[in-house]
Design a protein around this ligand. Structure first.
Ligand SMILES: Cc1cc2nc3c(=O)[nH]c(=O)nc-3n(C[C@H](O)[C@H](O)[C@H](O)COP(=O)(O)OP(=O)(O)OC[C@H]3O[C@@H](n4cnc5c(N)ncnc54)[C@H](O)[C@@H]3O)c2cc1C
Length: 460
């Protein structure tokens, strides 16, 4: 890195917003620097979305192979080679990472600056930022530093070599008995993955339902489906202590019915995410950061300090790759465009269990709390021909519409391929179109998409 290099804009963090933004602003004529302390691609590419879904795909193949007889097939044994499952996932990571790195090779604009970036203050040239052993100045800064696993304050946990969202891909030993702290989306996806690999799995969740944000009927059905694969749940339960034993770990749990000890060979901590803002020097330029480490920003993604912008998970709100990527579009609009794009947006998301949970818009609880006049339709997937053909007839679709306008306020698809299917509702919502548009369309038979239409047809 050239010492005292000057950039128009420095992006800190090569994640899902940072990389496209560095290219986009360079194409718009800005002199761009991109600081990255580890691997390009951030959480999604290196240990999050991409490799987890690759491993989950292996889990699904194992699951289907075990169900061979249902399809008239004789598959006598299914043997899991866990290191090979992880290697397949890692190969995909390395491939994607390499192609991101190739893009920056010999590129002067945007220029990739390797190292941990920390803001040191400002001078007449702009913001001063130390990056590794060098230093640069930038007229504007975009912070896209992402999150890391939140490690809860549990006595004894620091003496345990636990698995987490960052290191799971390196842990090639298949746990015999895995305890998972956290019943959010990472904990649930991992619970089913390890179970399908052959581990006995217990999920410990402190609240009274898994996937705390979702409606109870959905959380309960998802839990039932995972329990059918012998994933165990301890709800309303907190881990008070973790002790390393000669073989494995003992966890002391405290639940509504008292305390109990459970033993596990391995522990996975999936208790939430912590913003990477604690070692950024933002206090040197007066950027407001909440007590939880979220950078405060308005819907234009501007912070309280002029010339400092934010993108991705650390801006609070929905923490997904697609929202981080959309932040890049917002920042392009705000920094070099007409400023019309903001965080006023419809955000879908999914939990990649099998069946998947595809979601968009309000939950029933939120719609009622907002005082909306609503109608709800629920369609069971077992009534859909394609789902039965595929042997994937578990789950249901729940759609909430505004009783007056007929527009969709929210939808949940708990079904195979739900993360794909839910997009049809997403587009209706973006178009502001009533449910009748889908009801009156023709959907191909036999498809899972017919089930989406069947659900809205229940409104009449
Ligand atoms: C296990 C797991 C599974 C997930 N699955 C999904 C999924 O299926 N779908 C989905 O949409 N989302 C998923 N997510 C969430 C998704 O990965 C994140 O929402 C997304 O990556 C956030 O992007 P970002 O741009 O905010 O940050 P990141 O992608 O995390 O990028 C931040 C980058 O900043 C770098 N950095 C941090 N501090 C500094 C510094 N001071 N100096 C230089 N560089 C720095 C980091 O090294 C990192 O590369 C998953 C996350 C995890 C952990």
């Amino acid at each position: 890195m050239a010492r005292n290099a000057k950039y128009d804009v420095l992006v800190i963090g090569g994640g899902q917003a940072g990389i496209p933004l560095a290219y986009g602003l360079a194409n718009a004529g800005r002199r761009m620097g991109l600081a990255e302390r580890k691997h390009l691609g951030g959480s999604c590419v290196n240990f999050g979305c991409i490799p987890t879904k690759a491993a989950i795909a292996s889990g699904r193949v194992a699951h289907l192979a075990r169900r061979g007889a249902e399809f008239g097939l004789k598959i006598s044994t299914v043997e899991v080679d866990f290191p090979a499952v992880l290697k397949r996932a890692k190969d995909i990571v390395i491939d994607l990472r390499r192609s991101l790195e190739q893009g920056f090779e010999n590129s002067e604009n945007p220029c990739l600056l390797r190292g941990h970036a920390r803001v040191e203050g400002r001078d007449e040239n702009g913001f001063r930022v130390r990056i590794g052993h060098g230093a640069v100045t930038a007229g504007e800064i975009v912070i896209d530093t992402g999150t890391r696993s939140l490690i809860p304050a549990i006595e004894g946990l620091d003496g345990i070599d636990f698995i987490d969202a960052e290191n799971w891909i390196e842990r090639t030993e298949l746990p015999e008995r895995l305890a998972i702290i956290g019943g959010g989306y990472i904990g649930l996806e991992m619970s089913q993955l390890y179970r399908r690999m052959g581990s006995a799995v217990t999920v410990i969740e402190e609240s009274d339902q898994i996937t705390g944000h979702e409606d109870k009927d959905i959380a309960e059905d998802l839990k039932r489906l995972l329990e059918a694969e012998a994933v165990e749940f301890r709800l309303n339960t907190q881990v008070r202590r973790a002790d390393r034993k000669e073989k494995g770990i003992r966890l002391t749990l405290e639940g509504s019915d008292g305390t109990a000890d459970i033993e596990a060979s391995h522990l996975f901590v999936a208790a939430g995410r912590k913003p990477n803002t604690d070692d950024l020097g933002l206090e040197t330029i007066g950027v407001k950061v909440s007590s939880k480490g979220i950078v405060e920003a308005n819907k234009r993604l501007a912070t309280n300090v002029e010339g400092v912008w934010v993108a991705g998970d650390i801006r609070g709100g929905p923490m997904f790759t697609h929202t981080s990527w959309d932040d890049y579009r917002i920042l392009m609009s705000q920094m070099v465009g007409d400023g019309s794009r903001t965080t006023d947006r419809i955000v879908p998301y999914a939990i990649f269990t099998d069946p998947e949970l595809g979601r968009v818009g309000m939950t029933e609880r939120e719609a009622r709390a907002a005082g909306k006049q609503i109608k709800i339709a629920r369609f069971e997937m077992r009534k859909n021909g394609k789902a039965r053909d595929l042997g994937d007839s578990e789950g249901f679709i729940k759609v909430i519409i505004d009783a007056e306008t007929g527009c969709i306020l929210g939808a949940t698809v708990l079904a195979t391929e739900a993360a794909e299917l839910v997009h049809l509702y997403v587009e209706l919502m973006n178009a502001g179109a009533p449910y009748t548009v889908m009801r009156d369309a023709i959907h191909i038979h036999p498809t899972l998409a017919e089930a989406l239409q069947s659900a809205v047809s229940l409104f009449g």
